[in-house]
Design a protein around this ligand. Structure first.
Ligand code: ADP
Length: 234
């Protein structure tokens, strides 16, 4: 295996108990530091792909390696530790409504048992990176959608994960705000974090020059390392 491989699917299939095929014979490698768009129509298998990557589900066939290790073999009690190396960003932000921006990000550091000083240092750094240092005392409902997503990004990166998984992170945002979010994700990627982003937004995919993996009916129908120009129907 190439030393720089971060995520590898080896002949992975996922069939649900009701017989539906989520993914079929997927062989793919994602290198450390890549930015990959995962595209495809609804039902194509994008969520199944990301859920398999984080051991939220197990494949019915094949093997998945993350950072060179088979995650199929992880015991239940090892899964939280494995996931600490992955940051998650969702379409609907998923912030805690009764906590400030600072507290939402701090929570992710506190659960690892960091000192108060360490928490402050890391959270301030992450909030600065997303340009929200002046909003840290605000509650989610006092922030715009784009600002809430930036808090969610700060939370995802605060423990310095090697991988970020973003599921439609711009899905609820207007194009201008979405562009700001993409700029932040690009900055994080340039600093070395591997990013896998599921999206329906053809405009965003077409404007970037990142690798595009397109799924249809659980299979990879396109894997374009040069970037996804001219994607029409997603
Ligand atoms: P996407 O994220 O691209 O919309 P999904 O990965 O959610 O696609 O779904 C892929 C296929 O697997 C679809 O046909 C979907 O209906 C099916 N599927 C997803 N989750 C389940 C499940 N828990 N049980 C049965 N079928 C499922």
């Amino acid at each position: 295996m190439n030393d720089n491989t971060m995520i590898q699917f080896i002949n992975v299939s996922k069939e649900f108990p009701n017989g539906t095929v989520g993914l079929k014979n997927i062989d793919v490698k994602i290198e450390e530091g890549e930015f990959v768009f995962l595209v495809g129509a609804s039902g194509a298998g994008k969520s199944t792909f990301t859920k398999l990557m984080i051991r939220e589900m197990m494949p019915t066939e094949g093997n998945i390696l993350v950072n060179g290790k088979s995650i199929n073999r992880l015991k239940q009690r090892q899964i939280p530790h494995f996931r600490r190396n992955i940051g998650f960003i969702f379409q609907n932000y998923r912030l805690l409504a009764d906590r400030t921006a600072f507290e939402n990000v701090a929570f992710a550091v506190e659960v690892l048992g960091a000192s108060k000083r360490e928490v402050e240092r890391k959270v301030d750094y992450a909030l600065r990176l997303v340009g929200l240092e002046d909003r840290k005392k605000h509650f989610p409902d006092e922030l715009s959608g784009g600002e809430q997503q930036r808090v969610a990004i700060a939370r995802a990166i605060v423990n310095n994960p090697q991988i970020i998984i973003a599921d439609e992170p711009t899905g609820n945002l207007d194009p201008e705000t979405a562009k700001g979010i993409m700029d932040i994700l690009n900055d994080i990627n340039i600093k070395g974090t591997t990013i896998v982003m599921a999206t329906h937004d053809a405009g965003i995919v077409n404007r970037a020059s990142h690798r595009v993996i397109e799924l249809a009916h659980g299979e990879i129908v396109r894997d374009d390392k040069q970037g996804g120009y001219n994607i029409e129907i997603l």
